[in-house]
Design a binder for this molecule. Structure first.
Ligand SMILES: NC(=O)c1ccc[n+]([C@@H]2O[C@H](COP(=O)([O-])OP(=O)(O)OC[C@H]3O[C@@H](n4cnc5c(N)ncnc54)[C@H](O)[C@@H]3O)[C@@H](O)[C@H]2O)c1
Ligand SMILES: CC(C)[C@H](C(=O)O)[C@@H](O)C(=O)O
Ligand SMILES: [Mg+2]
Length: 380
């Protein structure tokens, strides 16, 4: 992809299934409203088919046209895909986001978790107001390497293999350290925790060794290690002590849902799937079949994923207006939730997807007025 600075960015929009479609509709409306308010580059948002329902109807989950569009776009905006009843013959679900992670080499799953006023106080300790950490999940190997390769033998044994490579661990560790360096500019200090199970598995001891080697190139950032089970405890007992974590694919998948629970659920848990050449931005949640079609989904995670996309484009193409737009969207969402006037159904309130979206769009002009002119301090 070219690094020339265009004035229009092509965004491949993949809504997917269930509430993915609902929160995507909300996010597209928000992004279009936000770009009408500034003179920055415009996004051209084009929708493409993919997902479990597409597979059920047409026999393919990720059409070639969609994959080509994702490859050619400046960024991919992704809702959620998968549906528990729709299965491949081997019993697994058609889940194109995993194919896209491999096809676009999106090796870093960046999953920030931050509490701010208006979000539920899940933990009673007042220090929980300081929850502000990022989980970096390796996304091209680990236990997910086994996808499509598992076996069941006649003796009634099933095997899936975990793959850890020096290249994969080194690049995701460096990504985590660079992210910590950015956060240090805002927070004054930075730490990366390697989350593994090096006490039991050779592959995990190797992961830790490769992480330690990478750490030598980042003397300004401290680092430590935690076993994944102990990290699950720390996330509940004192999550305000955490900064950046880097971990294996499956551990990261589990811990990121646990982390979302600290701020009231999946509805405020965004993510970025990033590689050296492509970026895909999606909420960390799934298609939520239990609430799909009812207009109840919290679009907050999708909005924050949209803001992460704007930040990523701003960085890659040196476009500070896009960074300003990202801050405006965040500020509007924070203002709406912080005022208490709109409480998402996810937190026991009565605001569904539309009410939340309308309120955040209405808050954009005032939020824009509070954002200082570019260049800004990045909220890493
Ligand atoms: N990134 C993705 O596309 C993604 C992620 C996880 C699961 N999935 C798929 O989604 C389907 C459902 O999976 P699941 O039920 O395990 O996980 P899920 O994240 O869809 O739902 C878990 C719980 O969180 C709630 N929830 C999730 N997002 C919400 C939101 N924005 N607002 C309010 N509540 C929300 C749901 O109602 C549900 O109770 C499966 O097919 C799974 O494979 C896809
Ligand atoms: C849907 C599923 C395959 C996916 C994953 O496990 O990576 C999801 O849970 C996520 O966290 O992005
Ligand atoms: Mg997950």
């Amino acid at each position: 992809m070219s690094q020339i600075t265009p004035s229009v960015y092509e965004i491949a929009v993949l809504p997917g299934d269930g509430i993915g479609v609902e929160v995507m509709q909300a996010c597209v409306a928000l992004l279009e409203a936000a770009q009408r308010l500034d003179r920055g580059p415009q996004l051209k948002l084009t929708r493409y088919d993919a997902g479990a329902q597409h597979y059920a109807k047409h026999g393919e989950a990720l059409p070639e046209r969609t994959l080509d569009a994702a490859r050619a776009a400046h960024a991919v905006l992704f809702g959620a895909m998968g549906w528990p009843d729709v299965r491949y013959p081997d019993g697994t679900e058609p889940i194109p986001q995993l194919d896209l992670r491999m096809a676009l080499d999106l090796y870093a799953g960046v999953r920030p978790i931050r509490w701010f006023p208006g979000l539920p106080k899940v933990l009673t300790d007042e220090r929980a107001a300081g929850i502000d950490f990022v989980l970096v999940r390796e996304q091209t190997e680990g236990l997910f390497y086994a996808r499509g390769k598992g076996s069941i033998n006649e003796a009634g044994e099933s095997y899936d293999t975990m793959q850890i490579t020096r290249r994969g661990t080194d690049r995701v560790s460096r990504f985590a350290f660079k992210l910590a360096e950015q956060r240090k500019r805002r927070r004054g200090q930075a730490n990366v925790t390697c989350v593994d199970k090096a006490n039991v598995f050779t592959s995990m001891a190797f992961f830790r060794d490769v992480f330690n080697d990478a750490a030598k190139d980042f003397p300004g950032v401290s680092f430590d290690h935690a076993y994944v089970d102990a990290m699950a405890l720390t996330m509940i007992k004192k999550p305000w002590t955490l900064d950046v974590m880097v971990t294996e694919n499956m551990f990261g998948d589990i811990l990121s849902d646990l982390a979302a629970g600290l701020i009231g659920g999946m509805g405020m848990a965004p993510s970025a799937d990033v590689g050296d050449h492509h970026g895909l931005f999606q909420p960390a949640h799934g298609t939520a079949p239990d609430i799909a079609g009812q207009g109840k989904a919290n679009p907050g995670a999708m909005f924050l994923s949209g803001a992460m996309m704007l930040d990523w484009l701003a960085d890659r193409h040196d476009q500070p207006e896009l960074e300003q737009r990202a801050r405006t969207i965040e500020a509007a969402l924070e203002a709406v939730l912080g005022s208490g006037a709109v409480r998402p159904m996810e937190y026991g309130g009565d605001a569904g997807t539309k009410a939340m979206t309308d309120a955040v769009i209405a808050a954009l002009p005032q939020a824009a007025a509070t954002i200082p002119a570019a260049p800004l301090a990045r909220r890493a």
